[in-house]
Structures are given as C-alpha cells and as structure tokens.
Design a protein around this ligand. Structure first.
Ligand code: ACO
Length: 329
C-alpha cells in the first residue's frame, strides 16, 4: 500500500520580529542579515508557548483539510529539536492528547533540521507496511527559547513555527499522489558543528556552574555552510538520478529554509535555476524541522501545487543529518 500526503496545515505565532528590532538587541543590521541570509522577519512564540502549542493548531488544520477526526489517526510523529520537555515525555504525546488522537501511538523524531524529511519517510514506512493507516507528521520548533540572544552569530538566524501533514494510504492505483522515494543520511562526525553543549547527560546542567551560553545553541557557521551546500547538491543529484528524472520534471524543490545563500550556491552548482526553489525564509527565518511543512502549507494556500506535481524536499542540519523526499503532491 503506497502512501500520500493528504493534507497540510501550519501555525506561526503572531509576534513578528524584524531585523531592525534585532539590531536593538545585538550589534547587527537589517542590511547584514538580509544580504547574508535572505531573512527579514522571524515569528516568536510568547513566554507561555512550547513546541506542542504550535504543533496542535497546525495539526488541527491538517486534520480539518483531510476531513479526518483525530480519533482516526494511528500514529502521531513530531519532529522537533526544541521539545516541551528535556527527553521525557515526548512532545508527540502532548500533541496526541491536545488534539484528542485517542487511538494513536505517539513518538518524537529527532533529526533537527532534517526532522521533517525523516518523519515523513517514517510515516510512509508505517503506512506501506500496513502498521498504520492515517499518520500525523508535525514539525514544530521554538528556537527562540534555546537562543543566546547576545550572540549575533546565531540569534539572527532562527524563528518559531509549526507545520503538519496527514499521510494516508493510496487506495486508487490511478491516483497521482504518493511519496515516491526518500534519502536519509547522517554524519555524526560533525556533531559539534551545531549543538547545545550542556544540559544533556554528556554534560549535565550543574546549578551555579554551567554557564548559560552552554545551554544555548552554538554553531560553527562556516563549517555548517560548507556541509549544507554539499548536502543539498548531493541529495538532489542522487534523488533525481535514481528516479530517472531531470530537474525540469520537478515542479518545485522545497529546501529547509536555513539561508538563501546556501540554496543559491547549491542551485548554481547543481545547475538548477533558483526560481525552481520555493523560499520563504524572509518571513520565518530558520524554523528547523518546521520549515519544510511551513513552506508546503504556504505553497498549498497560494495554490502553487496541483495533485501529481513532483516536488523534492531537502533537509540538512545538526547531527549532522541530511536527506530528501521525492513526492508526487
Ligand atoms: N551581524 C553583523 N555581523 C555579523 C553577524 C551579524 N548578525 N554575524 C556575524 N557577523 C560578522 C562576523 O563577526 C564576521 O566579522 P569579522 O570579519 O569582523 O570577524 C563577519 O560578519 C563575517 O563573518 P562570516 O562568518 O565570515 O560570515 P559569512 O559570510 O560566513 O556568513 C553565516 C555567516 C550567515 C552564519 C554563514 O556562515 C552561514 O550561512 N552559515 C550556515 C548557517 C546556517 O544556516 N545554520 C543553520 C543550518 S542547520 C540548521 O538549520 C539547524
């Protein structure tokens, strides 16, 4: 039984922070941020909002668009690297309860910015094996709460948001929509390039001793940039080649929305015009596992996609992880 994306929904917190506003917090400027990243705004969750609070409205929208009741879900998968709680319980369980998915299993997938790509393939595998019929896949992040707001190298890059899709079985062989292929890859050798050094079991939080900056996200920007360009080029090349496709066959490439420059450099190297890539980081900045479903929801709302259109999602991020999904919409 093949699987397809039945519907999509998204939610971004209403609070919208501009580059100029950030320039009042750290030594930066709208000109620097936009020219180096393509980012103009980011949405910021309020004090009370956790990752599940963003995922729940996104999930409800996706369920409504699919015409499904939450009780019809067999599985809730949440991709997040900013979970409600450290390790336990899973954010997926909080979302499962919040939407009333009373008959569903629930689990988190942690592949950081590649989280949605990994979670979508996980959902596809469950549906194809017959272990689940309807699966909710949500990507949700509240990076504003793990930022060092005095580090201009990182705090200008990230934002908060959530997106969700419903993955369901294809009953009609003639139907054009399905998830066709995925690539999931990792390189743990680069684990230190993008990390929160303390607060886990490697370097536990010690009150009064652990510096606050060690609990926040830290990044070697150059190293991540070089890795990311190569990851985008390699995954696009491989997924096209092994499916006997040319880039012209693909309606849109939907990359993780980290940085416009990464996508431009990769597009140039792989010989694909930049307008084939759907980009919305100017509005949301980097929302990690949420960025691809947020983009898909925006594309769907703008009616940019028709059933059967080929799209390639591309993820890359901490871990290091990277990967892609080839989807007939
Ligand atoms: N405002 C102003 N100046 C800044 C800022 C800022 N926000 N941040 C850095 N600078 C300065 C640096 O201090 C440096 O100054 P110096 O030359 O006096 O030392 C100068 O700008 C240039 O720094 P570079 O690091 O060389 O700038 P670069 O052109 O490489 O751009 C960037 C930096 C945008 C972070 C780039 O390295 C990059 O895109 N890296 C990938 C980041 C990323 O996307 N990470 C997330 C992907 S994975 C995931 O999503 C979890």
């Amino acid at each position: 039984m093949e699987a397809f994306i039945q519907s999509v929904g998204a939610y971004a917190p209403p609070r919208r922070m501009s580059n100029n506003e950030l320039a009042q917090l750290v030594d930066t400027s709208d000109e620097w941020i936009y020219s180096h990243t393509g980012i103009s705004f980011r949405h910021i969750a309020d004090e009370s909002e956790a990752a599940s609070d963003l995922a729940i409205p996104a999930a409800r929208k996706a369920l409504e668009a699919a015409g499904l009741a939450a009780s019809e879900l067999d599985l809730v998968i949440v991709a997040t690297s900013t979970p409600d709680y450290v390790g336990l319980p899973s954010t997926a369980c909080v979302v499962q309860d919040g939407i009333g998915a009373t008959k569903a299993g629930a689990m988190d997938v942690m592949a950081v910015c590649t989280g949605f790509v990994y979670a979508l393939e996980t959902a596809r595998a469950f549906v194809r094996s017959g272990s689940a019929r309807h699966v909710l896949v949500a990507g949700t992040e509240v990076y504003s709460k793990i930022m060092n707001w005095s580090d201009r190298n990182t705090c200008v890059l990230f934002g908060d948001g959530a997106g969700a899709v419903i993955v369901s079985p294809v009953h009609d062989d003639a139907a054009p929509s399905r998830i066709l292929d995925s690539i999931l890859r990792s390189d743990g050798n680069g684990a230190t390039a993008l990390m929160r050094p303390c607060g886990g079991t490697r370097s536990a939080y010690v009150p009064g001793q652990t510096p606050e900056s060690e609990l926040a996200l830290q990044m070697d920007g150059r190293r991540v940039y070089i890795f990311a360009v190569r990851a985008v080029v390699d995954t696009i090349t491989e997924i096209l080649e092994r499916n006997n496709l040319r880039f012209e066959d693909v309606r849109y490439f939907v990359p993780h929305q980290a940085n416009r420059r990464i996508i431009e450099a990769a597009a140039k190297r792989v010989g694909i015009p930049i307008d084939r890539f759907y980009l919305n980081m100017h509005e949301y900045a980097n929302t990690s596992a949420a960025s691809i479903p947020l983009a898909l929801d925006e594309m769907n709302t703008k009616e940019l996609l028709e059933r059967g259109d080929l799209i390639v999602t591309i993820g890359f991020g901490a871990g290091l992880t990277y990967g892609a999904n080839l989807v007939a919409w």
